[in-house]
Design a binder for this molecule. Sequence first.
Ligand code: SF4
Ligand code: SF4
Ligand code: SF4
Ligand SMILES: [Zn+2]
Length: 371
Amino acid sequence: MAECKVCQKKSFLISDYPGVCLDCIRNDFERAKPYILEAHKKTRKDFALPFIPPKEKAGILCNLCVNECRIGENEKGFCDLRKNLKGKLIGADVKRGNLSFYFDPLPTNCVADWTCPGGTGCGFPEFSYQKGPEYGYKNLAVFYNGCSYNCLFCQNWHFRDALGDREKRKLILSRDLASIIDEKTSCICFFGGDPSCQLPHSILTSKIALKNKKNRILRICWETNGSMNENLLAEIVEIALASGGCIKFDLKAWTEELNIALCGVSNKRTFDNFAKVSSYIKKRPIPPLLIASTLLVPGYVDEYEIEKISKFIYSLNKNIPYSLLAFYPSFYMHDLPTTSYPHAYRCKEVALNSGLKNVHIGNFHLLSHRY
Ligand code: SF4
Ligand code: SF4
Ligand code: SF4
Ligand SMILES: [Zn+2]
C-alpha cells in the first residue's frame, strides 16, 4: 500500500512509482509532476540511461522516434542504442540490429493471435496456409532491445541489460536475420522493447526476407508503442499490407498526463500515427491491418481511459480489433495487484458500448478476484 505524495491518500491501487494517485495526475498535474519526474529519473539512473532525450543544439539529430534526440559529443540517445563518438553516431543502425530472436510454433501468444491469420486462419488462402490456426507453421519473433518509452510497469524490462556498454553484444545483420527464415515460417513479428528505435533495420530485414520467399506466404507484423517517425511508419504499413501482416499499437493511456506519468513520454505521436494507419484499412480489410491493445493497470488505467480510447478508435473504424490486457505486477510497479475480473469486464463493457465490434480480454488467466 502506497501513499500519494500530493494528496496523502493511501491505497493498494497507488504505486510508489510514480508515487502519486490517478486523481492527482489528472486534476493536479502541476503538483504531481515533480514526483513523477523524480520517479522516472530514479528508474533511468538505476540502468545508467539518459534521464531525458538529449537536446544539444550542435548535436547529431536522430529522428527515428518521438524523442528526436540531438546527441552531443560523447552523449547517447534516450534509448541508449546509439552514441555520438567524435561527431559520428555509433551503435544500432539500418544494417546492424541490437536484438534477440526466436521461433514460436503457431498459434502463438502474439497479442493479435485471436484475430490474425496465424491464430484464426482469416485471409485464407492468400494470407494464411490454413482455414483455422496455422498448426505446423511458426512465427519468427524479433525482439529489439531499447525503447522510446520508460514504462514503470515494463514487462520486458530485461532488455535494459543489453544496452550501451553494459553488454558488449554483437549486432545482428539484417541479411543474416532474414536468412534464417525457412518454408515453415509463415510470419515475422518485430517487437521489443520497441521496434520504433530500430525501424530501418526491420524494414531492410523485411525487404530481404520478402525477396527470398518466392511464392510462399510470409506475413510481416510490428508490435509497437506507436512513437515512430511517420515516414517510416508509412513504409512499414505498405509492407504489412502487401504481406498480410498487421501493425499492433499498444495505446497505454488516453490522458496525456497519465501517459507521461506511466511511460515518461507524451502519447500525442502515438495517437496521430494510429489514425494514419487506420486510413489504410480500406485497402485490405481482411485480415485486420491495425490492432489496438491497452494494459489495464490497476488504479491507473480505468474505465474513463478505456472509454476515451474506444471512442477514438470508433471514430476511425468500428471494426478495429481492441484487446484489453490483464496487468501483472512488474518492474517498478510490482506493488500493484493484477487486474481484477470486475475491472476487466467493466472496461470491456465500456469499449463495446462505445460502438467497437471486436473487443477481447487478453491474458485472461492473470485476472484476480481481489477487488
Ligand atoms: S506475427 Fe502477425 S500473423 Fe503472426 S501471429 Fe503475430 S499477429 Fe499473427
Ligand atoms: S513501451 Fe513496452 S518495452 Fe517500452 S518501456 Fe513501455 S512496456 Fe517497456
Ligand atoms: S531512436 Fe528515439 S530515443 Fe533513440 S536516439 Fe533516436 S530519437 Fe533518441
Ligand atoms: Zn493524490
